[in-house]
Design a protein around this ligand. Structure first.
Ligand SMILES: *Cc1c(COP(=O)(O)O)cnc(C)c1O
Length: 336
């Protein structure tokens, strides 16, 4: 199967599987798993934070961040398109009694500072208490500029708000910008990173922050049922993801650009190639084409896409240029 649905579909390589099989483990809830402890300690340093917490998923890591920044009756400001607003089951509200305050994203994915400013509630018991700004990078494949990150940092400080980054794909941003991860991370109080997307680990995300913050998040992780025992099996794969699979994200970006150009050669498909900054391609379909029908026909040929208009196609370590050629060939046949 050639799978363009998401970079979450990547499977662990032989080296990861071997490392998992041989990982030295202990009970991580007792703090006894040496592989988890090593991952948390070196990854914190590498990302420029005091401490890190290994979590079961990006959703859990974001929820822990929101619950550790905010108390019951507090709120966080985020984008209308934010994953931790739209796609995490409303976890902050459901489980944390935290109110989201979404703000329309600008076309480049940023949140306007003047719109943020307007959304901050006065200190008055009619209102939820605004505590946190949460932004996302990359967002729908777009990279937030570093000078925007500097501005939002200064703004958050001026307003006395904490700043969180949902960095599920922050390494795609770092590679696209050609900067070290710390050049992005340094603007944030806390940050999450998904290891199970383009980085290719089977399971796991990291949450970064200060020592005190991570201690609080560790407590919430246990409350939420996320205290994993011999989690070193997973941390061993995570370590390889962070060591081996970062520089190669550039291949995914090159492939995404190639895919975008090739899709523009298919009748009825239109991609704005200048929007393709990382590993996501959005193609709009002309009215005579049905995304469902195309997805069904492709799946009969062993190619998976998510139906939608625009179509979202994602490149990753299990997609090669010849896989893209296969997709284009099949699409040409379907539209002919
Ligand atoms: C995938 C994703 C998450 C959540 O990660 P899961 O591991 O799937 O729970 C959070 N934020 C963004 C931006 C994502 O793309």
């Amino acid at each position: 199967m050639i799978d363009f649905r998401s970079d979450t579909v990547t499977t662990p390589c032989a080296k990861m599987r071997a490392a998992m099989a041989n990982a030295v483990v202990g009970d991580d809830v007792y703090g006894d798993d040496p592989t988890v402890n090593a991952l948390e300690s070196w990854s914190a340093e590498r990302h420029g934070f005091e401490a890190a917490l290994f979590c079961s998923s990006g959703t859990q890591a974001n929820l822990l961040a929101l619950m550790s920044h905010c108390e019951r009756g507090d709120e966080y400001l985020c984008g209308q398109q934010a994953h931790n607003y739209q796609f995490e089951g409303g976890g902050a509200a459901v489980l944390g009694s935290i109110q989201p305050q979404p703000i329309e994203n600008e076309p480049d994915g940023t949140l306007s500072l003047s719109k943020l400013k307007k959304a901050i509630k006065p200190d008055d018991y009619h209102f939820a208490r605004t505590k946190l700004i949460s932004i996302e990078n990359t967002i729908n494949g777009k990279v937030l500029p570093l000078n925007y990150l500097a501005q939002v940092r200064e703004f958050a400080e001026g307003e006395g708000l904490a700043l969180h980054l949902d960095g599920a794909r922050v390494y795609n941003a770092a590679i696209a910008l050609g900067v070290d991860i710390k050049e992005i991370a340094k603007y944030f109080d806390t940050m999450t990173v998904c290891l199970s997307k383009g980085l290719g680990a089977p399971i796991g995300s990291l949450l970064f922050g200060s020592k005190a913050f991570i201690a609080k998040a560790r407590r919430w992780r246990k409350v939420l049922g996320g205290g994993m025992r011999q989690a070193g099996i997973l941390a061993a794969a995570a370590e390889i993801a962070l060591q081996d699979n970062i520089a190669r994200l550039n291949d995914d970006h090159v492939n995404a650009k190639y895919l975008a150009e090739q899709l523009n050669q298919v009748e009825g498909f239109k991609v704005n190639t200048s929007f393709v900054e990382t590993n996501m391609v959005f193609a709009s379909l002309s009215a005579n084409l049905s995304a469902e029908e195309i997805a069904n026909k492709l799946s009969n040929q062993g190619i998976l896409i998510s139906a939608g208009n625009p179509l979202r196609l994602v490149t990753h370590l299990n997609i090669s240029q010849s896989d893209i050629d296969s997709l284009i060939r099949e699409l040409q046949l379907i539209v002919a």
